[in-house]
Design a protein around this ligand. Structure first.
Ligand SMILES: [Zn+2]
Length: 211
């Protein structure tokens, strides 16, 4: 296992993402939570009440992915985020993913809450985001929220939960974060297009590939 793939190395990547996500306004105060799969049967998730721009290695809890244990705490210095089920269900639904970023990006959440589809307008949107699922509002920490989001994540790597936030998944921390950034950029671009009077333009080339 390379240095980057150790649990501490993966968590270090999440710490960087948390700092940058707050700097960019993708999440405010102590909202949002980040996780990474650290073995076949465990993931590490940021702790309850933590501020994403101030995370340390001690601010993560290690939870079990064993279906028989439903999120039992294995290790870590922190009490897991109240939204740990969002992460737990996502990893169970998507064996291929390594990272789940749960953020509260304003434009994407407002667009989805107003039932305005976020459109993919640029090559980067099409390549990184691909497709977007939207789920109705459920209170945070509930099984309904976690289960509906996980179900949508079977079809999409980016899911917006109305009146709440988004979950973005990928097979690496860096790809998940690039997806999250492009999801919010697509939402901002769609809002701009609507302001300019355009209601239906999308990226023209179907499946996007980067040269
Ligand atoms: Zn949330």
């Amino acid at each position: 296992m390379s240095e980057e793939q150790t649990a501490a190395g993966l968590i270090a990547e999440l710490i960087e993402v948390g700092r940058d996500a707050v700097n960019r306004g993708l999440v405010l105060a102590s909202a949002g939570n980040l996780s990474v799969r650290i073995s076949e049967t465990e993931f590490a998730v940021s702790g309850s009440g933590t501020w994403l721009d101030q995370l340390t290695q001690d601010d993560f809890a290690v939870l079990s992915l064993d279906p028989a244990e439903t999120g039992a705490i294995r290790d870590g210095g922190a009490k897991p985020s109240s939204e740990w089920k969002l992460h737990h269900r996502a990893y169970l639904a998507r064996p291929d993913i390594t990272c789940v970023l749960h953020l509260h990006p304003r434009t994407a959440v407002v667009m989805a809450s107003l039932d305005k589809p976020v459109r993919l307008l640029t090559l980067d949107h099409a390549y990184y985001v691909g497709s977007i699922g939207v789920t109705p509002f459920y209170h945070n920490g509930t099984d309904e929220l976690a289960d509906t989001a996980a179900e949508a994540l079977r079809e999409h790597n980016c899911v917006i939960m109305q009146h709440h936030g988004c979950s973005v998944v990928a097979d690496s921390v860096s790809m998940a974060y690039r997806r999250a950034l492009n999801l919010e950029d697509a939402a901002q671009a769609t809002a701009l297009a609507l302001q300019l009077g355009d209601t239906d333009t999308v990226f023209p080339a179907g499946d996007a590939t980067h040269a």
